[in-house]
Design a protein around this ligand. Structure first.
Ligand code: AP5
Ligand code: MG
Length: 175
């Protein structure tokens, strides 16, 4: 879900496991700053709370993962987000962590984000991101649940409690 804590937990996990972290949202926000047709298109799509196309997203993720630093593993944040992305991604996914947070809590978190807010944090875009999540990403969760790869975590606790829970399930001992 938008605002569920993917980036917060993803960064912590990457540090703990010493593997690189890759966020498609972050890559797209960087591309959106570029004054190119692609940059402008990405900015419009993101600020409306919609998804970038599967083909563009897959192309970017696959290109990044060819870099040497990703060869021993990686933490992906916000990808795969559609069934199409999940089915076409062949690089390998071992575990999928789903941070479960209610729609209501998301609205609070994003409207009052503590890192200054983002251009897609308008009420209209937040509502759209939540709607898009249920439409396109709920099926992805079911897809990985059926494959036995889903780790469902209650995301409405403190950052530390959630991290401990994830590490426990991944059988990594937290210090
Ligand atoms: P993306 O960057 O992934 O944004 P998002 O899904 O909307 O999620 P956020 O980054 O807002 O939240 P988060 O889950 O990382 O939570 P965070 O840790 O920041 O995607 C942005 C856009 O890019 C998409 O809308 C789409 O357009 C495009 N895109 C990205 N990936 C794509 C893909 N695969 N395909 C197509 N398009 C794609 O935490 C949020 C806030 O809550 C912070 O203030 C934080 O401090 C706070 N917080 C964190 N944990 C807790 C906690 N436990 N308790 C209370 N507050 C907490
Ligand atoms: Mg994020």
């Amino acid at each position: 879900m938008p605002g569920a804590g993917k980036s917060t937990q993803g960064n912590l996990l990457a540090k703990k496991l010493k593997v690189p972290y890759l966020s498609t949202g972050h890559i797209f926000r960087e591309l959106a700053k570029e004054h190119t047709p692609l940059g402008r298109r990405i900015k419009l799509v993101m600020n409306a709370g919609l998804l970038i196309s599967d083909s563009k997203t897959l192309q970017i993720v696959i290109d990044y993962l060819k870099r040497p630093e990703y060869q021993k593993g990686y933490i992906l944040d916000g990808f795969p987000r559609t069934l199409g992305q999940a089915q076409k991604f062949k690089n390998g996914i071992e575990k999928v962590i789903y941070l479960k947070v209610s729609d209501k809590e998301i609205l609070w978190r994003l409207a009052y984000r503590d890192d200054g807010g983002r251009e897609d944090d308008t009420l209209l875009a937040i509502r759209k991101r939540i709607e898009v999540f249920h439409k396109f990403t709920d099926p992805v969760i079911e897809y990985y649940r059926k494959k036995g790869q889903l780790l469902e975590v209650n995301g409405e606790r403190t950052v530390e409690e959630i991290q401990r829970d994830i590490l426990k399930h991944l059988k990594v001992h937290a210090k």
